[in-house]
Write a protein that binds this ligand. Sequence first.
Ligand code: SF4
Length: 98
Amino acid sequence: MKTLLQMPAVRECTAVACSFNDGGCHAPAVTVAAAGGAASCATFVESSVRGGIAEITGTVGACARTDCVHNANLACTAESIQVGSGVTASDCLTYQPA
Ligand code: SF4
């Protein structure tokens, strides 16, 4: 069984209300969902618990936005993504409809 060393980084996330956000995303592998016309980070959570791993930068684990040019087999092939306010508080701003 193989594991992936390199997944697209969440290089910027302005959803500061998210528990995984501490000067950026620290979730090991976010899921991006197809929410209406948006590509919304489904890992976004508001909680009193600090989420993620402080030493790592968040990455994209899976993405349901199959119409994005960067999407291949429900995975993201972009070098990195930006997350921020759009239709939702935590949209993938790198989403580019084909
Ligand atoms: S860039 Fe496209 S494929 Fe990658 S996470 Fe965003 S919406 Fe999904």
